[in-house]
Design a protein around this ligand. Structure first.
Ligand code: 13P
Ligand code: SF4
Length: 304
């Protein structure tokens, strides 16, 4: 089967089996083409809460599929590629954060959505990169423990000077490994380009950017801008998608280090295999975990 035939089979199978396919924007172009909804993690979590289908298939990473299950416990939720985890989400568990909470008993715990369902059960509010600043600003509490990403946390702290934000030493190893030398080299090669970066990058890289925002934020900015050239400081797939969307503009990758192996793990055959019952994994969470984790996701939707 060629790609178009495989996509046709997938489209037929998803109709037959009443499946809604969600794909994060870091997925490959041929996967975005067969998805019902695409976007950043915030948009996908809102879309997931509204879909009518009995089954949801997530093309992304495990915490995103868990978020769908928490928001739609009566639906069957599948992760197309079971090995697709998130290196940041795996850095901190419930046991560790329970201990940290005893050191900061009066702090509200704000969890980036890139955390496990189990860890979310002991957090107060969830945020995504596109909603973090607004949500933290809208919170009543002044003292905040922000986990796990210290780079996103530092970005939020800068934008919310009235809050007292404590950070832990976690983050995305992919975004965090880009440095100011990479930025200088890219700017020297493309002197007329604007630099757009994800807040998971380190503060010194963020300080050199013309715009900092979530995956969708970066895409919207580039699409609407009058400028013609952009250096993209997030997963390399975004530069590729933007090139499809805006053929009259030029998009350059900030660094070849910006490849997330977890996001790249899902293939079109994985989607086909999952829909035909020969692959993927159904996400199963116990009722208590769903109830407790849902509180902080509901808070995210309420405050965002
Ligand atoms: P977004 O919140 O921008 O979708 O980012 C998710 C992510 O994993 C970025 O690395
Ligand atoms: Fe996780 Fe980083 Fe990959 Fe995003 S890019 S899914 S934070 S490892």
């Amino acid at each position: 089967m060629n790609i178009a035939q495989l996509q046709q089979k997938i489209t037929e199978l998803k109709k037959e089996n009443d499946v809604c396919i969600l794909a994060h924007s870091y997925q490959a172009h041929e996967i975005l083409e067969i998805a019902d909804f695409t976007g950043d993690s915030y948009k996908l979590s809102v879309d997931a809460s509204k879909v009518k289908n009995k089954n949801i298939l997530m093309c992304g990473v495990r915490f995103m599929a868990e978020t769908c299950k928490i928001l739609s416990p009566d639906k069957r939720v599948y992760l197309a590629q079971p090995t697709a985890g998130c290196s940041m989400a795996d850095q901190m568990n419930k046991q560790l954060i329970s201990q940290v909470k005893t050191m900061y008993p009066d702090y509200a715990v704000v969890a980036y959505v890139n955390t496990t369902a189990e860890l979310k059960t002991i957090c107060d509010v969830c945020v995504t990169s596109s909603s973090a600043v607004k949500i933290v600003n809208n919170m009543e509490q002044k003292d905040i423990l922000f986990i796990p990403d210290c780079n996103l946390g530092a970005f939020v702290a800068q934008q919310c000077p009235d809050k007292n934000i404590k950070l832990l030493n976690g983050g995305c190893p992919i975004h965090a490994c880009v440095n100011t030398d990479d930025v200088k080299k890219a700017k020297a090669m493309h002197p007329n380009a604007e630099l757009l970066v994800h807040p998971e990058c380190t503060p010194d890289v963020v300080a050199m950017a013309d715009y900092t925002g979530s995956t969708s934020g970066i895409m919207d900015y580039a699409v609407k801008s009058d400028k013609k050239e952009f250096i993209i400081g997030t997963e390399i797939s975004i530069a590729e998608h933007l090139q499809y969307m805006c053929p009259d503009k030029d998009f350059y990758i900030l660094s070849q280090k910006l490849i997330c192996p977890n996001m790249k793990a899902t293939t079109l055959p994985d989607v086909y295999n999952c829909l035909s019952g020969r692959g993927g994994e159904e996400i199963l969470l116990d009722e208590q975990t769903i109830t407790d984790a849902k509180k902080c996701i509901d808070e995210m939707i309420r405050l965002g």
